[in-house]
Design a protein around this ligand. Structure first.
Ligand SMILES: [Zn+2]
Length: 148
């Protein structure tokens, strides 16, 4: 009986660890909590985690925006296509961004995260969508990381 309970507890612990590792980005000191949806195409959840950490180190202000305006990242292929991202506030949660990780590089993924966060911010601040603003932000960040 005790053996069975221990077995069940271990199984739950392992499952919890995997959920934690792959599907949740959590940074307690920054009060940052982001759910990463399971990716159907690839093991991209860890790529996303890595990209968020790079952003945190390279550009703290963009990281703060991400934590403030986004709480779900969908890493699956969406309206942005391969290597792209997408923000569509009307069909879903305004705090969800789509970021495909089938990308050229991690820097590129970070750039897309920043680009889509910029749209989420525009929407939540009741501003008009501006591609110029968001492209400027993502190229600025990619430049920062490259120099980093
Ligand atoms: Zn855009």
């Amino acid at each position: 009986m005790l053996k069975r309970i221990i077995y069940i507890l271990i199984t739950i612990a392992i499952a919890a660890f995997f959920i934690w590792r792959y599907f949740i980005y959590f940074d307690w000191p920054a009060r940052c909590f982001i759910r990463i949806q399971p990716s159907l195409l690839e093991f991209s959840n860890l790529t996303m985690q890595k990209a968020i950490r790079i952003l945190k180190n390279a550009s703290p202000s963009d990281y703060r925006d991400l934590c403030q305006y986004v709480n779900v990242i969908n890493p699956n292929l969406s309206c942005g296509g391969f290597q792209g991202g997408c923000y569509s506030a009307y069909k879903q949660n305004p705090r969800t961004i789509d970021v495909s990780t089938s990308n050229r590089s991690l820097q590129w993924t970070v750039g897309i995260i920043v680009h889509e966060t910029c749209h989420a911010k525009q929407f939540q601040q009741n501003r008009d969508f501006s591609e110029t603003e968001c492209y400027d932000e993502d190229s600025r960040v990619i430049k920062t990381i490259t120099e980093f």
